[in-house]
Design a protein around this ligand. Structure first.
Ligand SMILES: [Zn+2]
Length: 343
């Protein structure tokens, strides 16, 4: 039986030239709006034939560099500045974004674990299905802007995954370099099932993701990385005209790698977290990377966590309290420092 059509109706015409600001309208009947809809903002900017870039933020609702940079881009980018098409969705999981939470308050859905989604599923699954079957086929280049959210913090990096197709991986690496974040990561996923990343990569697209900061907010620096990166990415895709990106000064990026699971330090205790390294600092193998203090009594020595590998602290648990099962730290290999950023 053929899969049913998505209930999502866009209020924009993806094939029309010019700048359009509208919504992906997803019917959602609930107590306070019987014939209501989730209205996910979308911008389409098109100027004739050319490649299409799909730019997203807010896949997780508590990550802010993407929503800020993409809102600004949607409000300022003009059709005359592009060749081809840019589709901008700054708040991909809009219900989660409105709630300031990682997952949807409607159904608890983590959009980035919900792909390929279902047209007859939960609200979150319907969003995933619409991206999977309607937006991804339109795109050649896909950029999904993440950060650590309320519970993690990262050194700012753009990321790609190791892919079975070497040609596709090389195209993704080139686009990651063009994004030009201070760090560029070959990222290992502990569980890639249901990721938007996996859906995009399996569709054969050029895909770059990011982790640009965290703690449930954005900084001057992390927003600047996002804005500069989006423009570099669009220039690399051949969509943004050269003069639009001409103001970018030469800069370098440090290539990082997460080769295996020993990069991760996972808490086996509840307690008060004392990180012994700051983000970006060098870590030796076997070095104490964190202490977890028993916050229920005094006079007890903290539990020490030692890094299982040497490298650089690339990510850390953000809140002061930690629970069993939380990722405390990620130590990545430094492959090469000061690689030139080329678009
Ligand atoms: Zn995220």
């Amino acid at each position: 039986m053929p899969m049913r059509a998505s209930p999502v109706q866009p209020t924009v015409d993806f094939d029309a030239d010019g700048e359009q600001h509208g919504f992906l309208k997803l019917p959602h009947s609930h107590d306070t709006s019987a014939w209501g809809a989730e209205m996910i903002p979308v911008t389409v900017i098109r100027n004739g034939e050319g490649p299409t870039a799909l730019l997203t933020g807010g896949n997780h609702g508590d990550e802010y560099e993407g929503p800020i940079a993409l809102s600004k881009l949607a409000a300022t980018l003009k059709a005359k500045d592009v060749q081809g098409r840019v589709i901008i969705v700054p708040f991909m999981n809009f219900p989660a974004f409105r709630a300031g939470s990682r997952t949807s308050p409607i159904d608890g859905g983590n959009l980035n674990r919900s792909f390929p989604g279902r047209p007859d599923g939960t609200v979150t699954e319907k969003i995933a299905d619409y991206f999977q079957r309607y937006l991804l086929p339109l795109a050649d280049y896909v950029l999904d802007l993440h950060a650590g959210g309320r519970t993690l913090d990262f050194v700012p990096f753009a990321a790609i995954h190791l892919l079975p197709d070497a040609g596709q991986q090389a195209r993704c690496e080139a686009a990651m370099s063009a994004f030009g974040a201070p760090y560029s990561m070959r990222m290992l996923e502990l569980d890639s099932v249901g990721l938007y990343d996996t859906a995009v990569e399996e569709a054969g697209k050029v895909f770059v993701s990011t982790e640009l900061g965290g703690g449930g907010t954005a900084t001057v620096q992390s927003v600047a990385v996002a804005e500069r990166g989006v423009r570099g990415f669009l220039q690399h895709a051949g969509i943004l005209r050269q003069d639009e990106a001409a103001c970018q000064a030469p800069r370098g990026t440090t290539l990082l790698d997460m080769p295996d699971g020993t990069c991760f330090t996972t808490s086996e205790h509840d307690g008060l977290l004392e990180l012994c390294k700051d983000l970006g600092e060098t870590v030796e193998k076997g070095e104490v990377i964190a202490r977890i203090h028993d916050a229920s009594r005094t006079g007890v020595a903290p539990v020490e966590y030692r890094s299982r590998r040497g490298g650089m602290l690339a990510a850390r648990h953000f809140p002061g309290l930690v629970r069993t099962g939380d990722t405390v730290a990620v130590v990545a290999d430094v492959v090469e420092r000061g690689m030139p950023v080329t678009v």
